[in-house]
Ligand binder design. Sequence first.
Ligand SMILES: [Zn+2]
Ligand SMILES: [Zn+2]
Length: 408
Amino acid sequence: MTENPGRAIPVRPRGDDDEQVELRRELHRYPDLSNQEGATAARLRGYLERHRPDRIVTGVGGSGLLAVFRGESPGPRIAFRAELDALPIEESLDLEYGSTVPGVSHKCGHDGHMAIVAGLAPILARRRPLRGEVLLLFQPAEETGEGAARVVQAPAFTELAPDRIYALHNLPGFSLGTVVVRRDVFASGSIGLDIRLYGVTSHAAEPERGVSPARAVAKLIETISTIGPPESAPLEDPPGMSTPKSSVPGTLATVIHARVGDPAFGVTPGYGEVLATLRSPDSGELARLTDRIETLARNVAAERGLRVELERTEEFHATTNDPECAEVVRRAAQSLGSEVNVPEQPFRWSEDFGRFTEVGAGVLFGLGSGTDQPALHRPEYDFPDELLALGTSLFLEIVSIELGLPLA
Ligand SMILES: [Zn+2]
Ligand SMILES: [Zn+2]
């Protein structure tokens, strides 16, 4: 990674910028949780309809929305994707356009991503691509890892399957406007694993009459927590344990929640639960790690005479970029004078865009949202409006490279 100075943002006609900032702020004011994005989709539909796309499809994989802008002659179809959902986080900022929904706010910048993709509509309405088609895609339920998987199965999407699909995610910690792109895996795959252990309660004075999951839960927490970056791994396995290790960098297991019984001093617990998030940039390694931890849980449960239930949830596939699409992004960034940063390793976090790169060529790239920005999913985070025009300009440049655009 390199440190870059902030870039000047390309200038666009003032009218478009105002409209775009207004749209972002309106979306911010009325956030919707994953799988409940109907109102946000309706707002976007209203905006898009004013710019007369050739076609709008609603209800794509849930609340998803698609707008089609046809070029002057036949050619490839390229898509730009944004996410509709906000997060169950109470906004801690005092904004003039602050969230009006208690406990829900846009803390991943999806309001900004939507305004960037929608911002293509007024421009494409005036400047049709020379060939091919542009799809503006707004997908539901990204945060829960469900939306993209449903969209790729949706009849409207399979009918309009794009030849290439592009998306960006704003990245706090990178200087404003820096384009962050990799030619292969960009974001890791991840999976939630819920391990539920059932025993038998007894009086706290007679633990031998029950079957307590306490020691099994302790053993699972200890063992799972040692799978991770080398600096956190123990020098040797704890006595009697064989840790499922991984040699793939970035493979990591994080215990995110655990409990045993209830706060009742008279009772030896009969129930325990360990929840962990497993991740890896390598899909095969993630599958092997998940199998190994499930086997570990079964063995630990059997050792203690417990019944075990295992559930996999919130499964995100790794996002693997297409090298040619990555090159298009690099050229677009270059022609706008944006700094390009190529991280050595894939990011550890997950994005459900991986479902799109599994069914076709695509790229997810990062757009630096400032080194002084709070991290994503923090209550004090807010998408910087300065990035809107740049994001749209980058996408427009991609349209120009892929399909050709008449002069403004
Ligand atoms: Zn997020
Ligand atoms: Zn996000």
